[in-house]
Design a protein around this ligand. Structure first.
Ligand SMILES: NC(=O)c1ccc[n+]([C@@H]2O[C@H](COP(=O)([O-])OP(=O)(O)OC[C@H]3O[C@@H](n4cnc5c(N)ncnc54)[C@H](OP(=O)(O)O)[C@@H]3O)[C@@H](O)[C@H]2O)c1
Length: 364
């Protein structure tokens, strides 16, 4: 669903807020727009250099202090609109986010609604990524197509730009990979990817799809300044070697790298069990340096943490935004660059901190 150009104007990634220019020549618009986009692996799909994660939209199991209401829904819609206004047009969701069977609104349904409402006002460009959940009772290629059709129905779309296997299947993955290939051939998706895949699984999936002439576009994994496992376990290097985009989830460590959580004010809910006061205390030297470096650029810690990821090359971070302010801040993570020395200094400082615990799905 990578769509048309907006007729109203074009937003540059610059500073904390997006600037809107209306009086630029059409060639300039194209150039600027292209500059802030990247191809997903070897596919033809181009997305903004940074996407927005929609896990928290409608979720009551991990986010939102176990409650979803109209106020949170309006804030999520404002996050969507602010992202589009700022030129961030890539959105990541999944069939299990805010899953309907848990009695709340599904993230896909909300995203589909937000797109439709915006499209009713003007023509906007949106690239949608969603994910198949390889639940133990789902077998083979047919289950992928059937889940995809349900996702498309919730999204209100005839195809998505990227369809990903959310985590490795416990019975094997060949059938699921075949299902991804079928989805491409049936025109239901433009590109396919995986998530939480080890180097070995990544190479296997890449080779299996290659036999059908289909590129494996991406691997979505946990990656941030304080979770650099992909650099050690061979996943980042394999992505770079094979031309697979690494989509970085939890890129601001679930809010912790913004600097707003302190030992005295740790996050509530399930996050509080990971980012404990002791952990947050250990993190302070890194957070202080992130802040100092940011000040030199007029950038916030959030923007520095996201920029650090883009400096690693071949990485598209997808921070989660709950409201317009958070989305606007992400826009300012692009359009500038830390120096190599600063990026290395932050890595070194981060390596002196205990690493956060990853998601169990990575260990399947
Ligand atoms: N494939 C997978 O297995 C997998 C796993 C996890 C995530 N993901 C994807 O990755 C996306 C992002 O990961 P994530 O949501 O886990 O973590 P994240 O992006 O690192 O953190 C998002 C959270 O940080 C806080 N925040 C965001 N912007 C902020 C700002 N500017 N200032 C202060 N606080 C801010 C918000 O929570 P508070 O305001 O409540 O602090 C927000 O919900 C998800 O939405 C999902 O699409 C995928």
């Amino acid at each position: 669903m990578a769509l048309q150009l907006s007729s109203a104007g074009f937003c540059l990634f610059r500073g904390r807020r997006a600037l809107t220019t209306r009086a630029v020549a059409s060639e300039d618009v194209t150039t600027l727009k292209e500059e802030n986009k990247v191809k997903l692996g070897g596919s033809d799909v181009k997305v903004s250099r940074l996407g927005i994660g929609a896990w928290s939209w409608g979720d009551t199991s991990y986010w939102n202090d176990s409650g979803w209401d109209d106020r949170k829904m309006k804030a999520a819609k404002a996050a969507f609109d602010a992202s589009i206004d700022g030129g961030i047009t890539f959105f990541d969701t999944a069939e299990v986010y805010g899953a309907a069977f848990m009695g709340v609104v599904n993230s896909e349904t909300l995203l589909g609604r937000f797109i439709k409402e915006r499209q009713q006002k003007e023509s906007v460009e949106v690239a949608v990524a969603t994910k198949f959940a390889p639940l133990p009772w789902r077998f083979g290629r047919g289950s992928v197509l059937s889940a995809l059709k349900s996702s498309l129905s919730r999204l209100g779309l005839s195809s998505v730009d990227l369809y990903q296997l959310h985590w490795p299947g416990i019975w094997g993955n060949e059938g699921y990979i075949d299902g991804l290939g079928d989805a491409v051939e049936q025109g239901l998706v433009k590109a396919v990817g995986v998530s939480n895949y080890s180097e070995k699984r990544l190479r296997d999936a890449y080779n299996q799809l290659k036999k059908r002439g289909i590129p494996l576009a991406s691997n979505q994994v946990n990656y941030s300044l304080i979770y650099r496992n992909p650099e050690r376990n061979g996943v980042k290097a394999a992505c770079d070697e094979l031309g697979i985009t690494l989509i970085a989830y939890s890129p601001i460590a679930q809010g912790v790298l913004t600097g707003k959580y302190t030992p005295e004010n740790p996050p509530t809910g399930p996050r509080g069990r990971i980012y404990t006061p002791e952990f947050l205390k250990e993190l302070q030297p890194l957070l202080t340096r992130i802040k100092e470096i940011g000040q030199g650029y007029g950038k916030s810690p959030t923007q520095v943490a996201l920029n650090w990821l883009t400096c690693q090359g071949n990485v598209v971070p997808i921070p989660g935004a709950k409201n317009a302010e958070q989305a606007e801040e992400f826009v300012g993570a692009l359009g500038w660059r830390l120096t190599d020395q600063e990026a290395e200094e932050l890595r070194l400082l981060a390596s002196k901190t205990r690493e956060v615990v990853g998601f169990p799905v990575e260990k399947l």
